[in-house]
Design a protein around this ligand. Structure first.
Ligand SMILES: *Cc1c(COP(=O)(O)O)cnc(C)c1O
Length: 459
């Protein structure tokens, strides 16, 4: 008899472990003060469970580590580049590849070759580095995500969808020729890892084809997006993640990619394009900012590990376990009554700080405060995704995002189910004493991407 396995249990076993350091409450209080109440400024040694990000924090497989040993460290034409090119073309279907040191390197090049000053770039919610590169190239970003994305209580399954009416409005106001491309993120990080539906992508492709507007994918978490399509969208239940990933890409003209998320590596990224002329421009520009076009700021071994990771990322069993673990944590938090963004997204749990700490006004940084309190309780490091991350507009005014979230990002293949229990229990303890928590004031604010380095004091 064959046993049917429903659990999301991991499709791997552990070969090596890294010991964690436990800290006392006094040590954590001191560390937090020294870090200016910014979890980005904590030393990783001071952290027990690190949920700051899923970026570059994955555990590589034995295959990937073997790939590291096959690094061909040639300045030009490394065989690892060709292996990466093959993986990108086989898994995603894009014709041309420009490797970059990570995602933002690709964003810089894409923005510079596509955007003219005064252009408009619509996107399904902003991402910090993506929007900044668009702005530095002279564009104005417009959010065209559906309204449900800004409502943490909406249970809509595809909160990453683009609102075509919002795009049409921009086209009418500015003209299609002012819109070089629409940036579509799969999944939408700042909405809580929310997916885009295939139906929406198809409609957007039909619309943009008619208007002569390109679609550029921010496909950092495309395999996670594909999993949600497989599980929730009609007609995709019997398709593999690999098939769905390829179909997503087929409706777009190119993509920027951070290998540090889906692709299970600690560093790496690329720009992929289908248009040869644009590729030539990008290939020329990468030499200025990253390195020769056959390494783009990466060592040969990094490209090899990324090529293998891309293939592992689209395996159905891997994705089932990956998202299964995230959902396990989210459901556990909900059992404790903790307000989280619903439905549970792909790469982590997003706790709604406005609902968690309703007595703290947005100007007193509720999500920043909550991230600090969660660290204090048990040494779990999370991050703010709210007013601090949103930054200021070109006039220097604060953006006031509707969502004020604390992100519990789950690194891939790193923590166990028991760690998930500890995380939920610790957050529940903070929730019990939520009424005693006071806000923060910002005492140092850097000019760019302030959330990384800003410092705070307790009110
Ligand atoms: C991480 C990320 C990026 C930028 O990639 P880096 O590798 O960190 O430079 C872009 N878009 C999204 C949605 C991301 O999550």
């Amino acid at each position: 008899m064959q046993l049917k396995r429903d659990s999301w249990a991991e499709p791997y076993k552990i070969k090596m472990v890294e010991l964690l350091k436990m800290t006392t409450p006094e040590q954590r209080r001191k560390a937090l003060q020294e870090a200016g109440y910014n979890t980005f400024l904590l030393k990783s040694e001071e952290v027990y469970i690190d949920l700051l990000t899923d970026s570059g924090t994955s555990a590589m497989s034995d295959e990937q580590w073997s790939g590291m040993m096959r690094g061909d460290e040639a300045y030009a034409g490394s065989k690892n580049y060709y292996n990466l090119e093959k993986a990108v073309s086989e898994v995603y279907g894009y014709k041309y590849l420009v490797p970059t040191h990570q995602g933002r390197g690709a964003e810089n090049i894409l923005s510079q070759i596509m955007i003219k000053p005064g252009d408009i770039v619509p996107g399904n919610m902003y991402f910090t580095t993506t929007r900044l590169h668009q702005e530095l190239a002279g564009a104005v970003f417009h959010d065209v995500i559906i309204d449900e994305a800004h409502d943490s209580n909406s249970e809509y399954a595809f909160k990453g969808d683009v609102d075509l009416n919002k795009v049409e409005k921009l086209v009418q106001e500015y003209g299609a020729e002012k819109i070089p491309y629409i940036c579509v993120a799969v999944t939408v990080n700042l909405a809580g890892g929310q997916p885009v539906s295939m139906k929406n992508l198809k409609e957007l492709r039909a619309y943009t084809a008619e208007k002569g507007i390109k679609i550029m994918l921010d496909m950092t978490r495309i395999a996670e997006n594909a999993y949600f399509i497989q599980q929730k969208e009609e007609g995709y239940r019997l398709k593999t993640i690999a098939e769905i990933v390829k179909e997503i890409c087929s409706y777009t003209d190119g993509a920027t990619f951070s290998g540090k998320k889906d692709a299970l590596v600690n560093i790496g990224g690329f720009l992929a394009l289908n248009d040869f002329d644009k590729f030539e421009e990008a290939r020329n520009m990468v030499v200025v900012y990253e390195g020769l076009h056959t390494y783009g700021g990466l060592a040969g071994r990094d490209m090899e590990a990324m090529a293998i990771g891309i293939c592992e990322s689209v395996q159905d069993e891997h994705m089932k376990a990956r998202i299964g673990q995230v959902i396990y944590l989210g459901e556990k938090m909900q059992e404790f009554g903790i307000p989280i963004v619903k439905p549970i997204g792909g790469h982590g749990i997003f706790v709604d700080a406005k609902q968690f700490l309703p007595h703290i006004s947005q100007d007193d940084f509720p999500a920043q405060t909550l991230a600090a309190e969660i660290y204090l309780d048990a040494g779990i490091r999370t991050m703010e995704r709210g007013i601090v991350s949103a930054g200021r507009n070109s006039k220097g005014e604060n953006y006031y995002p509707k969502l004020e979230l604390v992100r519990f990002t789950i690194p891939r293949r790193v923590y166990t189910q028991a760690h998930m229990d500890v995380i939920a229990e610790s957050t529940a303890r903070v929730y019990e004493r939520r009424n005693e928590i006071k806000g923060l004031k910002m005492v140092y604010e850097p000019k760019y991407l302030r959330f990384f380095q800003a410092r705070f004091e307790q009110l």
